[in-house]
Design a protein around this ligand. Structure first.
Ligand code: CA
Length: 227
């Protein structure tokens, strides 16, 4: 058992299942997502040692995921793709991927590339101690929120809600997702609690600093928008 945590984001279910079984056999601890947005959420919530990332994905493309991850992490990323055009390869590497594998590939080839990527990256795991949206920053370790140099004082729930929004910036989150994530699946009570806390956050952040961080998609949910 090597115990390294791998996230595989691949929408071809059969291929994903095959890679999952092979990597498990090799002793890796593997998590599989079949959708780009789901994958981004997993990245924001887990500590992975490596990401295996398909290029063409529903939700968010591999390139976009890679760009986002590189804003806060040097975790090794290997791109998997059916395409072998030079432009895609360049775009993948430009977005910060460490390596690139064209499908179909032999599993031994993937395992070898993974070992190389681990060596090069010194096993750097996802570390995102400072998250940023525009000039709003969250120091995750210290649980400190600032707008520019100004400290923003939040209650625990306000902080949890803001953190979840910022971890998923530019992604629209439904009230149900927010409720489940921030209040927990076992939460029983008014479902408009999300709207109430969004109002609290807006009062403390958007209104105080005369900026628009938190956006509403009517009938769907909320998201924070980067520049
Ligand atoms: Ca695909």
């Amino acid at each position: 058992m090597n115990g390294k945590k791998i996230l595989l984001i691949e929408d071809e279910v059969k291929l994903a299942r095959f890679i999952e079984l092979e990597l498990k056999y090799e002793g890796y601890d593997i998590t599989v997502c079949h959708d780009g947005r789901e994958g981004m959420t997993a990245i924001n919530q887990g500590d992975f040692d490596m990401i295996l990332l398909d290029l063409m994905l529903p939700g968010l493309t591999g390139i976009e995921i890679c760009r986002r991850v590189r804003k806060f992490s040097r975790v090794p990323i290997i791109m998997l793709t059916a395409k072998d055009e030079v432009m895609d390869k360049v775009a993948g590497l430009d977005s910060g991927a460490d390596d690139y594998l064209t499908k179909p590939f032999a599993i031994e080839e993937l395992l070898a590339r993974m070992r190389v990527a681990f060596k090069h990256c010194g096993g750097g795991e996802i570390k995102k101690s400072i998250l940023q949206v525009q000039d709003l920053t969250i120091d995750v370790e210290k649980r400190v929120v600032k707008v520019g140099d100004n400290l923003v004082e939040l209650t625990k729930k306000e902080y949890d809600l803001l953190l979840y929004l910022v971890q998923n910036k530019d992604i629209v989150l439904t009230r149900e997702q927010i409720l489940n994530q921030v209040w927990g699946y076992s939460y029983i009570g008014e479902t408009n609690v999300v709207d109430v806390y969004i109002r609290y956050l807006r009062a403390k952040i958007d209104e105080t600093y005369q900026k628009k961080y938190i956006h509403t998609i009517r009938g769907v949910g909320y998201y924070v928008k980067d520049e």
